[in-house]
Design a protein around this ligand. Structure first.
Ligand code: MRU
Length: 365
């Protein structure tokens, strides 16, 4: 996708022989576009923990390079396993992180130690390239869905979509998951409009999704998290589409805190609730998402403070609760499969159920 007319991915290597990667500091959007250079595993772990990089697929891709950086210092089996454990521990809910690291370890453990760095870069590059292709395919399958809605509306008015958090190109290597179909529909000339949940406490919706959509010229409106149900009751939402950090074998969906409430409101108002995901987000090892998916608990300060712009245009952090009030901050929630209209994957659409997933992915053990 483009920033000021220049095409970017959200993680890249300056050249094939450069032992570093570049990422955007996502804590600085939309105020500034800041590119960070990462060249060691500790810096990668910090960038993930502080959410300078975020979004399930992007975390996995960046962590894959983090593993290679660690191998530059110690390419032994012990070094490989230690770095893998360290990186996997940075964020617990998004399964793409574990998926990417396990894929890297599986590829590298049979490679002689002196060749691991070269092989590691090749594998991490492949993870990135595949992510772009996969998201493009998700975009095409989701586009069919938006087109169907547009046809059903007799090509009148606009297609109103609602999304939560940020599942756009900066949350992946490119395109995004939930936003990929929206970009494609807009590019095809379907008049889409997106209700963007602000997504407290970190405001990935108002800060990141609104910035992404605005940069691409997609009409959108930022709304308070609590407003979605109201617009659904008013018939002003044709479809909810969100990304996810982990989908269980039975189709339960973990995503940014507040997603579950949107799914409940959608069901009460007969609004389709779709989830877009690459197959690397499916955790075949767990079934009951509510009981089995670990939910990341983040600092209460994310709830107690907000960051915005002061009068001089500088980012400013303000307290929005009394000094002394404690805060709880679960970063994700789980939407049970029964509330999900369907899943959009790189292989097509399916029901949010074990049967649905197995139909699309019969080859997965
Ligand atoms: O805490 P974040 O910002 O990493 O959470 C991101 C989300 O919840 C996204 O919806 C999810 O990772 C899907 S990204 C394509």
């Amino acid at each position: 996708m483009k920033i000021n007319g220049i095409s970017y991915r959200s993680v890249w290597r300056p050249s094939d022989d450069d032992r570093s990667i570049r990422i955007f500091d996502q804590t600085r959007f939309p105020w500034t576009v800041e590119i960070l250079e990462l060249r060691d595993a500790g810096a990668v772990a910090d960038a993930i923990t502080t959410m300078q990089v975020r979004g399930a697929p992007l975390i996995g891709a960046v962590a894959a390079y983090g593993l290679v950086f660690a191998l530059q210092d110690d390419a032994s089996d012990a070094g490989l396993n230690q770095a893998a454990d360290m990186l996997i521990a940075t964020r617990p809910t998004a399964i793409n992180l574990r998926w990417a690291i396990e894929r890297m370890v599986a590829r590298l453990e049979s490679v002689p130690a002196p060749e691991r760095v070269t092989a590691g870069y090749a594998e991490a590059d492949a993870i990135c390239d595949e992510d772009v292709q996969v998201n493009e395919a998700i975009g095409r399958h989701g586009l069919d869905l938006i087109r169907e809605i547009w046809e059903r509306k007799g090509r009148q008015g606009q297609v109103n979509l609602l999304t939560h958090c940020n599942a756009g190109w900066i949350a992946t290597v490119d395109w995004g998951t939930a936003l990929a179909p929206i970009y494609m529909a807009h590019d095809e000339g379907i008049p889409v409009h997106v209700w963007v949940d602000e997504t407290r406490p970190r405001n990935q919706g108002s800060l990141l999704t609104a910035w992404e959509l605005g940069s691409h010229g997609v009409p959108h409106t930022v709304i308070a998290d609590n407003a979605g149900g109201h617009y659904m009751q008013a018939g002003r939402v044709d479809m909810v589409i969100v990304g996810t950090d982990r989908v269980t074998a039975q189709g339960d969906v973990a995503n940014k805190i507040g997603t579950y409430l949107k799914a409940l409101a959608a069901q009460d108002n007969n609004v389709p609730f779709w989830v877009a995901l690459p197959s690397s987000t499916i955790d075949w090892r767990v079934r009951d998402g509510v009981k089995e998916i670990p939910i990341e608990e983040r600092s209460g300060d994310e709830v107690l403070f907000m960051t915005g712009l002061d009068a001089d245009g500088n980012a400013d952090r303000v307290r929005i609760a009394p000094v002394g009030s404690p805060a709880a901050n679960p970063a994700f929630d789980v939407t049970p499969a029964r509330l999900v209209s369907g899943l959009i994957t790189e292989r097509g659409r399916c029901e949010a159920s074990e049967t649905g997933l197995r139909t699309l992915f019969p080859d997965t053990p």
